[in-house]
Design a protein around this ligand. Structure first.
Ligand code: DX5
Ligand code: ZN
Length: 219
């Protein structure tokens, strides 16, 4: 399967958001990754429902909404209504991941679970067949432009094996510090999120294709 590229809009110029989205619409990228931060689960506040709804009106591309918020169950319906296609909550943010996955499916959306760098792959063993996406955080969530944490690369291999073992078809997404220098460490990733490296690239189309063609798969 070809890898999917998901630029993180967090690193876009919010003063020119409509132009940024119009450009993404014309580029060879697959999803738009929307980082929602509440200043509680993570030490930063980004944007919320009105911005996701505005992005929805500006693009046909799937919106990959990454909720870095406490009590994510309170906002699933609202983000579904705002136009999310994939709703990803943090495993660390709820004692009831299964209930949230069921709720996301009831809303007709794809369900993702994100895990922080220090959270082991194995916590997802039983729920893996029930979800469509795992977001493997390769930085501590909260900010764009951070450095890739190398040990997370090993977790991706374990997740990939676990996925095969339990018969899951969930996509493995890597999120944080992905650039042409680090993408070689994550051949297991099906979806590559890129914020700073993407928006600072001299030619975003070329960058997206370079990321997509980076070595994928392993034995
Ligand atoms: C981090 C966010 C990431 C971030 C990625 O909290 O979840 O999606 O925007 O940005 P870069 O690629 O700059 O690390
Ligand atoms: Zn993210």
């Amino acid at each position: 399967m070809a890898r999917l590229i998901a630029p993180s809009i967090l690193s876009a110029d919010f003063g020119r958001l409509a132009e940024e989205i119009a450009q993404l619409e014309a580029l060879p990228v697959d999803w738009i990754h929307c980082d929602v931060m509440d200043g509680v689960f993570v030490p930063n506040i980004s944007f919320g429902l009105p911005v996701v709804a505005a992005i929805r009106r500006l693009t046909q591309k799937p919106l990959d909404v990454h909720l870095m918020i406490v009590q994510p169950e309170r906002y699933l319906a609202a983000f579904a209504e705002a136009g999310a296609d994939i709703l990803t909550f943090h495993w660390e943010a709820t004692p009831h991941p299964d209930r949230l996955v069921q709720e996301i499916h009831r809303l007709g959306k794809k369900a993702g679970i994100a895990i922080n760098p220090a959270t082991p792959a194995e916590v997802l063993r039983d729920i893996l067949p029930e979800i469509e996406l795992v977001c493997v955080m390769s930085v501590n969530p909260g900010f764009g432009g951070q450095k890739f944490i190398p040990y997370v690369a090993r977790k991706g291999y374990r997740l990939s094996r676990l996925r095969a073992e339990v018969g899951s078809r969930a996509l493995l997404e890597v999120d944080g510090g992905i650039s042409l220098e680090t993408v070689g460490d994550v051949p297991w990733a099906d979806v590559l999120v890129a914020g700073q490296a993407f928006f600072q690239a001299p030619d975003r189309a070329v960058f997206a294709e370079q990321l997509r063609r980076s070595p994928a798969g392993f034995t």
